[in-house]
Design a binder for this molecule. Structure first.
Ligand code: ADE
Length: 408
């Protein structure tokens, strides 16, 4: 079997929720006559989502959302899928990256699906002639939702977009367990270093930082958290972690992983005081969290290995993983989040896309939460697929919960 097909089939076995949705889409064809433009990480789980949408009657145009995350064999398999046009290639230049986004937009999408908002950005800047036909979109990740909210606040967003990232069935699983496991796995398979006993600095204690800290700690790491929000910092403290500013953490950390979604989190002044042999990785969407320019400017030599660039700065070595890009996908052995987690995220994407297809025309431009019914439906399907049974409210409990006059 083609290696891309084999990867897609492997992932498909562990995506029972998406499989149920795909079967319904095959029967109901909710996307007939619609074109869907996507900029997502092109790998095996994503391919299962693409095929579910195509099975629902969509013509799908897809490219990557990061120059280093595409798996070329999967992209090739997708290109050979009926109703699917794939333009993604691993290791593309910035120019080629945007050319591929333009090819997706040439498909005149009625619905967009983004991971990071590059597609919507292009649509609203250089490709505005495509805007008129767009019904709405869906966004996968925290960074993309931040960008969308900034656009909407400035009155610049021209259609409704569902913030898939913000729904509980995404955040509590994908961000916590997905990023938690996959970022740590990526660091381990790329470097082969032991986690137990290491001092790991996690920048940011949002859903991703929390997951990552928990997993690192359970492997025996000493976890230090850096934060800018006092509430998150307090949460980290009460979760038993050490909290300090990056100025202090930089001196003692052995492995650094950024999860903030913000720029300049590990700046030149931090890199300058790090110990010899420090390992640096980013788990946020864009490669802006670690000052890679400072590393290039200050290195007397750079030694390149698979997924690791070692910057020789004076007598010190600093090891940067995956060029500071999203480590779980951009490192050569990175496979992204575990499959079962993406089953949930992509089930949400599939149902949110259907929601936009059916209801998008009646929504004003803006950022929308995933409808509660969809979030619950995905949870219910996952629980059922696991064979887990749960209780139901009794009629008396329903009455109690809807009353306000029963007190002490
Ligand atoms: N695989 C496909 N999309 C992904 C994402 N956003 N994060 C991690 N793995 C992925």
């Amino acid at each position: 079997m083609h290696t891309g097909e084999a990867k897609i089939a492997w992932a498909g076995q562990f995506m029972p929720v998406l499989a149920v949705i795909r079967r319904r889409f095959e029967e109901e064809k909710p996307f007939i006559g619609l074109s869907i433009g996507m900029a997502l990480h092109v790998e095996a789980k994503t391919a299962n989502l693409v095929r579910a949408l195509a099975a629902g009657g969509a013509e799908v145009f897809i490219t990557g959302c990061n120059p280093l995350s595409t798996q070329d064999d999967v992209a090739e398999a997708l290109s050979e899928t009926s109703g699917v046009h794939c333009f993604a290639r691993r290791g593309c230049s910035a120019r080629e990256y945007y050319q591929a986004i333009d090819q997706v937009l040439d498909g005149r999408p009625h619905i967009t699906i983004d991971d990071g908002m590059d597609l919507i950005h292009r649509l609203h800047t250089t490709r505005t002639e495509v805007l008129d036909g767009v019904i709405g979109g869906c966004e996968e990740t925290t960074t993309g939702v931040h960008r969308l909210r900034a656009m909407a606040a400035g009155g610049d967003l021209r259609f409704p977009v569902v913030a898939v990232n913000d729904t509980p069935m995404k955040r509590f699983f994908d961000n916590v367990h997905g990023t938690g496991e996959s970022a740590l796995t990526a660091v381990m398979v790329t470097t082969n270093v032991l986690i137990a006993g290491k001092t790991i600095v996690v920048a940011g204690y949002g859903f991703c930082g929390r997951g990552l800290s928990q997993k690192a700690r359970s492997l025996g790491a000493h976890v230090i958290v850096t934060e800018i929000d006092p509430r998150s910092a307090l949460q980290a403290h009460m979760d038993g972690l050490v909290v300090m500013p990056m100025d202090d953490a930089a001196k003692i950390g052995e492995i650094f992983i950024t999860t903030t979604g913000n720029s300049g989190v590990i700046a030149g002044e931090h890199l300058a005081i790090m110990r010899d042999g420090a390992i640096l990785a980013n788990a946020g969407h864009f490669n802006v969290e670690i000052d890679t320019c400072w590393l290039s400017d200050h290195a007397r030599e750079v030694v390149r290995r698979e997924g690791i660039d070692t910057y020789l700065i004076g007598e010190k070595r600093l090891h940067l993983l995956a060029e500071g890009r999203l480590v779980n996908l951009a490192t050569p052995k990175g496979m992204g989040h575990p499959i079962e987690v993406m089953d949930l995220s992509f089930a949400l994407q599939a149902l949110s896309t259907e929601y936009i297809a059916k209801k998008g025309r009646s929504l004003l431009p803006g950022v929308y939460l995933v409808p509660e019914a969809i979030d619950k439906e995905v949870a219910g399907m996952k629980i059922a697929s696991l064979g887990i049974r749960i209780d139901a409210l009794s009629p008396a409990q329903v009455t109690y919960l809807s009353s306000w006059d029963i007190g002490t």
